[in-house]
Write a protein that binds this ligand. Structure first.
Ligand SMILES: C[S@@+](CC[C@H](N)C(=O)[O-])C[C@H]1O[C@@H](n2cnc3c(N)ncnc32)[C@H](O)[C@@H]1O
Length: 279
């Protein structure tokens, strides 16, 4: 009897492994490539996956009136993103910091300058947030360490894996613009500095820094800000790098502990979701 149970259990395990392996393969088939004009190409996925993805991407029913949504938008600026390309086997590539550390070290380069995972996580924290799903994220700007500035539209579906995200960054650096295949809608594009020219009037720019002398309870701080003020947060996305404080109106420390970029964005999104009653 125990032998029979053991056999049933092991066959179940094998089935699970096969299913996981198939799911992994399927998600890797979704690799997006850029066409000559910079548009994103996505391979057709099975119908079931389309249905499932459709359900996941449905925008939930609005809790706010269009007028309220128009008034309440938050923008993000990611400063000092460690996105850098390098030659790998005679081909330009944005290395994937975790997988390509060996290649970077072999080239006698600093791995800390190739940390696109920080930006990837930070973007996902915003794009996947209820705040964004309710249409309350206005714009996202990314400043790369080498001076390139680009905009990420809040409706973009960023690649889930770091490897594919690095591929997307490489396409963007080469073509300066990424569009959807069908509608040619711009999803990411390189833009000219200064970033402040794209911010709406009546903006209040808040820099986030672990070393600011102004330590605040961010919930109290944001609840005191009028909804007519356009909030913009500046968050660092390099390993240690501080944000550029030249154009910020206020620089805040939100906890005495150093957070990751993803962690500090999560905190801001959560507080704003609470302030604006989004669940
Ligand atoms: C310097 S990056 C560090 C990147 C980190 N290695 C990672 O994996 O995300 C983190 C950014 O989050 C923000 N941050 C971190 N700790 C903070 C704190 N205690 N208060 C306010 N902002 C903070 C700052 O904008 C900072 O530049």
């Amino acid at each position: 009897m125990p032998l029979l149970l053991l056999m049933m259990f092991s066959s179940l395990m094998v089935e699970n492994c096969v299913e996981e392996w198939q799911a992994l393969n399927q998600s890797q088939m979704m690799l997006k490539a850029c066409s000559a004009d910079g548009s994103l190409k996505r391979k057709k996925e099975p119908e079931a996956a389309d249905d499932e993805r459709g359900k996941r991407n449905e925008i939930p029913e609005l809790a706010l009136t269009p007028h309220e949504i128009g008034r309440r938008k938050v923008n993000f600026i990611f400063d000092n993103a460690a996105i850098k390309k390098t030659l790998v086997k005679k081909k330009w590539k944005v290395p994937c910091s975790l997988d390509d550390a060996e290649i970077i070290l072999r080239q006698n380069k600093d791995v800390n300058q190739y940390r696109c995972d920080i930006l990837h996580e930070a973007l996902r924290a915003i794009l996947d947030s209820p705040l964004n799903r309710y249409g309350l994220v206005g714009a996202i700007y990314v400043k790369i360490e080498n001076g390139v500035l680009f905009e990420v539209k809040p409706q973009v579906r960023i690649p889930r894996t770091l490897q594919r995200f690095c591929g997307l960054m490489m396409n963007l650096l080469e073509k300066s613009c990424i569009r959807t295949e069908g509608t040619k809608e711009v999803l990411l594009r390189v833009i000219q500095e200064p970033v402040t020219r794209y911010l709406p009037t009546n903006s209040h720019i808040i820099g986030l820094s672990h070393t600011s002398p102004k330590v605040v309870n961010i919930e109290d701080y944001l609840s005191a800000v009028d909804d007519d003020i356009n909030l913009t947060f500046v968050v660092g996305t390099s390993v240690l790098g501080e944000i550029n404080q030249q154009y910020v109106d206020d620089c805040l420390t939100v906890t005495n502990y150093p957070l990751s970029a993803k962690g500090s964005i999560g905190m801001i999104c959560h507080v704003l979701e609470h302030k604006w009653n989004i669940f």
